[in-house]
Design a protein around this ligand. Structure first.
Ligand code: T1G
Length: 696
């Protein structure tokens, strides 16, 4: 049988047609793949020598979904539903043969096949929700008919990948076989289906599982209640739930129409555009313009950490989790014991949630070697310093490490803002010095800012980025400047938040506006959580800022039951009349008159200076691309992914509007709002951060 097109192939193996898709990297359902699939099915159906059809993929995975790069472009025939109908209406059995991950449209193609065979290591899922979408090719209508409503709700709203054995248990696949024998076992299964004259079972005709949920709205109400916090602000999860409801309440074809309507609505919306932007941004962030695969990777087998405090302990856990032996050094036995006890307690808490076993805890703790002498780090390939955030202290540590660490060892600082060039100058090997800015809690937060100092070598940078990937972080390469990228932009928001509070807005107004925007927590609640007294000392306190006054009043945050907010014993926050009065008096002492500040002004003054700072960061080359800044803010600061990140959000608002608004505030509030030159130029050129400016 002829090759169908460049990405599909049809062969005949003793009565079994094998339709192979070969469209790297993930066999996405591009126009070519759809055309080849349709032609292949039609040819196999028409060929009397064919008794059954096996649909299989070459490369690393079964179809991983619709081709996301085609979204937003004019649709090309054949449509996916047209291809699916040809498969589902085939008079001959069609068997999907799954390896890697059958995702999105890929699983939806498998669901119109009559049977599904999977390799043991394969997985299935409908992750469209992560793109701000829903399965738009019948997934929400067929999945519940196979696995039931409760499981379907979980799968479509989380986008989770279900391993093949679990998929078989829930009825999603019919046979699980060893990876190595997938192809021949699938063909043998096809022969068996023919020999046994098994029915051409169409998933769309199955009704028992959805009928069981009919007339039970409480099932959906309960699911919505149980997930309200997780889905807050997102459109796609709710739309996915409505589609599953349609599968229960409507005839199949009507349910399919409802699904299509809601899919198109989401596809046109801002949230899906933002989440698709983030999907590509989170892959682009790993690409370093001047550091490619030709750059050598340095061997890293043993890790050393200086400091067993909150950060040092959290950082250690990342490497222990990934199976690296870690030597951790402290200055006193008491501090060392405390640090190890914290690590063990964190693991025990994770085990209580069932995420790891008691054996995992012991295996990881066994990889950890505590020490009181820095000499214990002499064999480490990577040493990470996580000591007190003070330049003199860090330079002293690096000078000692320079003498102790083996030649070629990478020396990393976890500083959150200090000048890594100056730290490197304390050593004789600045080319081996790099910043690894973990975010607290370091064992939880996914973001890692990898800070490239002037003399940091390319192999050290590439090795650091690859290590980040190995320990499950999402790393962004940034340059040396105060606060690097994330904290430098955060400083803009913090300044405005505190200014607003002296002009008439109250802390809970600012927090509410930012939480309504989509952040998990506002700046004042966050300060109460972290503790207002970070870096504060009574001896040197002068009562010159609200924060100092609150600390002097022992209102140091949640830990003292009061900060900007009052807290009950369950740590529920309430606006504090004491703090409101304090703010009024403090503002009056500064001669400020209180006024009503609109939510819009709060939002603009908190977000636009951040965007402006992001433009300056790009001008100075301290971030490689605007979308890296978005990745940093989504992963390090809880920027809602359905708004894409600060720079994508600026595009959504419109750069000309951002510039115009900044200029407005500049007139009344001064230079802090002066638009960055590059931002003005981009706006004037009608450009955007996500797309290059259209040349005039
Ligand atoms: N379309 C186009 N390109 C894709 C793609 C896709 N669906 N998935 C991945 N790529 C590219 C990716 O950009 C990267 O490109 C390369 O493949 C390797 O990806 C109708 C509408 C499959 C688990 O959401 O989860 O179907 O950077 O680095 O770590 O209902 O890719 O190399 O140039 O991630 O091995 C639903 C998304 C689509 C799956 C593989 N499907 N992809 O992970 O490799 S919407 C998804 C993934 C849909 C239907 C709806 C992962 C992966 P480059 P990678 P990986």
């Amino acid at each position: 049988m002829p090759t169908l097109n460049a990405v599909t192939d049809l062969t005949l193996e003793d009565g079994i047609a094998v339709l192979t898709i070969d469209a790297p990297p993930v066999n996405a359902l591009s126009a070519g793949v759809r055309a080849g699939l349709l032609a292949g099915i039609r040819q196999a159906v028409e060929d009397d020598a064919v008794q059954a059809i096996v649909l299989i993929c070459a490369g690393k995975t079964f179809i991983a979904g619709a081709d996301i790069t085609e979204f937003g472009k004019p649709p090309q025939p054949p449509s996916l539903p047209e291809v699916q109908s040809a498969i589902e209406d085939s008079p001959k059995p069609v068997i999907a043969v799954i390896h890697g991950t059958a995702l999105g449209g890929g699983l939806e193609v498998a669901l119109v096949c009559h049977y599904r065979v999977a390799a043991r290591s394969a997985a299935c899922g409908l992750p469209e929700v992560n793109l701000g979408l829903l399965p738009g090719a019948g997934g929400t209508q067929r999945l519940p008919r196979l696995v039931g409503v409760e499981r379907a709700l979980e799968l479509v709203t989380t986008g989770m990948h279900v391993p093949a054995p679990a998929a078989a248990e829930m009825g999603l696949v019919d046979l699980v076989v060893d990876d190595a024998s997938l192809r021949q076992e699938a063909i043998a299964f096809a022969r068996q289906v023919v020999a046994e004259r098994r029915p051409l079972r169409r998933v769309r005709d199955l009704d028992d599982r959805v009928a069981a949920a009919r007339g039970k709205p409480e099932l959906f109400a309960q699911f919505r209640r149980a997930n309200a916090k997780r889905f807050r602000g997102f459109l796609a999860p709710e739309y996915n739930i409505r589609c599953i409801e349609a599968a229960v309440e409507l005839p199949f074809d009507e349910g399919l129409r409802r699904e299509r309507e809601m899919f198109v609505e989401l596809l046109k919306g801002e949230q899906s555009a933002a989440q698709r932007h983030y999907f590509f941004a989170s892959r682009e962030v790993w690409r370093l313009p001047d550091i490619g695969a030709e750059t050598p990777l340095l061997p890293v087998a043993a890790i050393g950490i200086v400091g067993a405090g909150t950060m040092g302990g959290g950082i250690a856990m990342n490497f222990l989790n990934a199976g690296y032996p870690v030597t951790i050094v402290e200055t006193s036995q008491q501090a060392l014991d405390r640090g190890l006890a914290t690590i063990r307690r964190n693991y025990e808490n994770t085990a209580k949630k069932g995420r790891i076993s008691a054996t995992d805890i012991e295996r990881r703790m066994a990889l950890l070697t505590p020490a009181l002498q820095m000499e214990a780090l002499s064999q480490a390939d990577l040493v990470i310093e996580a000591v007190f955030e003070n330049m003199d202290v860090k330079k002293e540590v690096f000078a000692r490490l320079d003498r102790i660490a083996k030649p070629g060892a990478i020396l990393a600082t976890n500083t959150s803002a200090l000048d890594v060039n100056e730290i490197a100058s304390a050593t004789s090997r600045p080319e081996s010095v790099i910043g690894l800015h973990f975010f607290s809690p370091a064992n939880v937060m996914k973001l890692l800012e990898v800070v490239r100092a002037e003399k940091t070598s390319r192999p050290v940078i590439r090795t650091a980025m690859e290590l980040a990937r190995k320990i499950g972080k999402i790393a962004a390469l940034v340059g040396v400047c105060p606060g690097f990228v994330g904290n430098r932009m955060l400083a803009q928001r913090q300044r405005e938040a505190h200014r607003l509070v002296l002009e008439g807005a109250l802390p809970w107004d600012v927090d509410r506006v930012l939480v309504e925007f989509g952040f998990p927590m506002g700046p004042f609640a966050m300060s109460d959580l972290a503790g207002l007294d970070l870096g504060w000392r009574r001896e040197t306190s002068t009562g010159s800022t609200l924060r100092e006054i609150l600390c002097e009043m022992d209102r140091r945050g949640q830990k003292t039951g009061a900060g900007y907010y009052d807290y009950d014993e369950a740590r529920n926050a309430r606006p504090s009349p004491v703090v409101e009065q304090l703010i009024r008096e403090f503002a009056a002492r500064q001669g400020r008159t209180s006024r009503t500040v609109s939510d819009q002004e709060i939002l603009e003054r908190c977000l636009y200076p951040m965007i402006n700072e992001g433009a300056k960061i790009l001008e100075e080359g301290k971030a490689i691309r605007a979308s890296d800044i978005d990745v940093i803010w989504v992963n390090g600061y809880g920027w809602p992914v359905y708004r894409g990140g600060p720079m994508f959000h600026a595009d959504t608002v419109g750069l000309d509007k951002v510039v115009q608004t900044l200029r407005g505030y500049q007139e009344t509030l001064g230079a802090d709002f002066e638009p960055a030159r590059s931002l003005e130029e981009l706006a004037a050129a009608g450009g955007s951060f996500s797309k290059p400016a259209q040349r005039q």
